[in-house]
Design a protein around this ligand. Structure first.
Ligand code: ADP
Length: 580
């Protein structure tokens, strides 16, 4: 059956009348007529709604005409289409429902995940396991009486505090202290990190707080320890874009629970933070966390005691004096000291020895402060440059009366980025008193610039390297502190510090004002630069006068790779420190 182009309506009528059409099939809903010609060809012609003319023409010419009813076909097609659509909607909906059930299940599972909320009973930690925090532990010892003998206080009408805030840098033993209290008091210990409250879904945090408190009340007397309280306890409404967020809801719940506690219920809450300055004041008001216990980094005596605690289970060689190691580890937290002893024990075991020696501790100290040791440098010119840089630091320190004493100088690389280093003995008096003189700080700047000065003197200005960048950071930091905080510059005895606390979640961004004029700002920059340049000049002038000594020291350092402080001074002919 060949299809030919449709003839016009009038031509079709003519063809019918002239008997050239063999049959017609009319499809009224489509307003079409299927025409079959005598020669076997077919064509589809559109017809007017009023197609009587065709009917008449067909009748007159006796052409067979059939009217095709396609309504049932269309109805069937429509029905199939509708069923398909409904099917699609059902599949889509069930997919969505499945997804949301999974999510809800996960949420419920999270809420129900109570393993974190079960207390530890019979803790073995005691106060004797915590050192260097004597003032704090005295205050905390009282908690044991609160738990065991509350009547002692309540008979006088005293309200026993509910919340204690332990404030201190990470690793100073806050968790350990909380455990020691629970251990000494023999009460259950609930521990949770505040960040664990605020996870996944809105409302979960608040419900976990409720659950924690209800469990604690069941187990009373007990201790609840909340670590990193600042992660939920930050000042509310201070975030950029405001926010009644999950964190706030959790905090509100915590506050409500603390208020809802009956006084003297036997539950004591200890919360730890290293950012007490950002805490919401509602959290620290009386009746909540109203006891603040500051735990600072341990002093030298504290470090000796902490090292002693961690050395209890590790055999030390008789020559090891923990007091000396405490001197060499200023600024170390309890956790870092524990790590030092542990590293030393690992090194000892690796060397198949059975007692930790000073050498093992030395390697451990370098490892924890500088990173893993790398293979020595092969490139001689690079080695020479690093040797001059390090000798620059050390020689300047040896020549400056107010600088720290040299402990060790080395060109053995460590930790991927350190090509060599010079380590100093911290000044015991300064460390213990926490007081730094202007001369101390300036000497520190000069020593920091000793490396850059040596490079410049020996290799020329074009050959100085970026290796001094950490030194420059230190210089910039010290110079800024001296000018803006300590009143050590020509700007006079005035504090010009605008950044006493960090920018706090947008609030300080909005309200930030520097507290001094633009011209003073320029003056500050000028003073900082002047101080740094003065330090650089001083370093250069010290090294220039000792160029031959520097060359000799570099030769020795290249051969020996590491020099102890005493040997360095002896080689420099400076066994006695100059007093100028
Ligand atoms: P924080 O809670 O302050 O971050 P941790 O209490 O978790 O610190 O300390 C971690 C580890 O460091 C402790 O388990 C302990 O081994 C050691 N440590 C920290 N401070 C002390 C300390 N004052 N005395 C003894 N060990 C300490």
């Amino acid at each position: 059956m060949t299809k030919i182009p449709a003839p016009s309506y009038s031509k079709l009528l003519k063809e019918i009348n002239e008997g050239r059409v063999s049959s017609l099939e009319l499809i009224p809903p489509r307003r079409e007529v299927l025409v079959r010609f005598n020669d076997g060809t077919t064509s589809i012609v559109s017809v007017l709604p009023n197609h009587e003319q065709i009917l008449r023409a067909a009748e007159e010419s006796r052409t067979p005409l059939r009217v095709k009813d396609i309504r049932s076909e269309e109805a069937l097609a429509g029905m199939i289409g509708n069923i398909a659509l409904i099917g699609l909607v059902v599949i889509g909906l069930s997919f969505l429902i499945r997804r949301s059930t999974q999510v809800a299940n996960r949420a419920m599972g999270f809420i129900r995940n109570q393993s974190k909320l079960s207390p530890i009973e019979n803790l073995k930690v005691r106060f004797e396991d915590v050192a260097g925090v004597s003032e704090a532990s005295d205050e905390l010892r009282e908690i044991i009486t609160f738990l065991h003998n509350p009547e002692h206080f309540t008979k006088l009408g005293a309200r026993i505090p509910k919340g204690f805030l332990l404030i201190g840098p990470p690793g100073t033993g806050k968790t350990l202290l909380a455990k020691a209290i629970a251990g000494e008091a023999g009460v259950p210990f609930f521990s949770i990190a505040a960040s664990e409250f605020v996870e996944l879904f809105v409302g979960v945090g608040a419900s976990r707080v409720r659950e924690l408190f209800s469990k604690a009340k069941e187990k009373s007397p007990c201790i609840v320890f909340i670590d990193e309280i600042d992660s939920i306890g930050r000042q509310r409404g201070a975030g950029i874009g405001g926010g009644n967020d999950e964190r706030e809801q959790t905090l509100n719940q915590l506050l409500t629970e603390m208020d809802g506690f009956i006084d003297n219920s036997g539950v004591i809450i200890l919360a730890a933070t290293n950012r007490a300055d950002v805490l919401d004041s509602a959290l620290t008001r009386p009746g909540r966390f109203d006891r603040r216990i500051e735990i600072s980094l341990p002093d030298r005596k504290g470090r000796t005691d902490i090292l002693g605690i961690h050395a209890r289970s590790r055999p030390l060689n008789d020559s090891v004096k923990l007091k000396d190691w405490a001197l060499r580890t200023p600024g170390f937290s309890g956790a870092e000291l524990a790590n030092l002893i542990n590293e030393a024990a690992i090194i000892t075991a690796r060397n198949n020895n059975n007692k930790i020696t000073n050498t093992d501790l030395e390697s451990a100290l370098e490892r924890v402060t500088m990173g893993l040791s790398n293979s020595p440098l092969q490139d001689n010119s690079k080695k020479r440059l690093i040797a001059y840089h390090e000798v620059g630091h050390a020689l300047v320190a040896a020549l400056l009366p107010h600088a720290d004493e040299i402990d060790k100088i080395t060109i053995l690389p460590r930790g991927g980025t350190t090509a060599g280093f010079t380590r100093f003995w911290p000044n015991e008096e300064t460390i213990d008193s926490g007081l730094y003189t202007r001369a101390n700080l300036f000497a520190n700047m000069v020593v920091s610039l000793g490396g850059r000065a040596a490079e410049k003197i020996v290799f020329g200005y074009d050959e100085i390297t970026q290796g001094a960048s950490a030194d420059l950071d230190n210089v910039a930091y010290l110079a800024r502190e001296m000018v803006t905080k300590f009143g050590f510059s020509d700007l006079g005895p005035i504090s010009l510090d605008s950044s006493s606390s960090e920018v706090f979640l947008g609030r300080d961004w909005v309200n930030r004002s520097s507290g001094y004029s633009e011209s003073t700002g320029k003056e500050i920059d000028f003073q900082i630069r002047t101080l740094a340049k003065k330090a650089m000049k001083k370093a250069e002038s010290l090294l220039e006068t000792k160029r031959d000594v520097m060359d000799n020291l570099v030769e020795a350092l290249i051969i020996e790779e590491s020099l102890a402080g005493d040997r360095f001074l002896a080689l420099a002919g400076l066994a006695e420190r100059p007093n100028n």
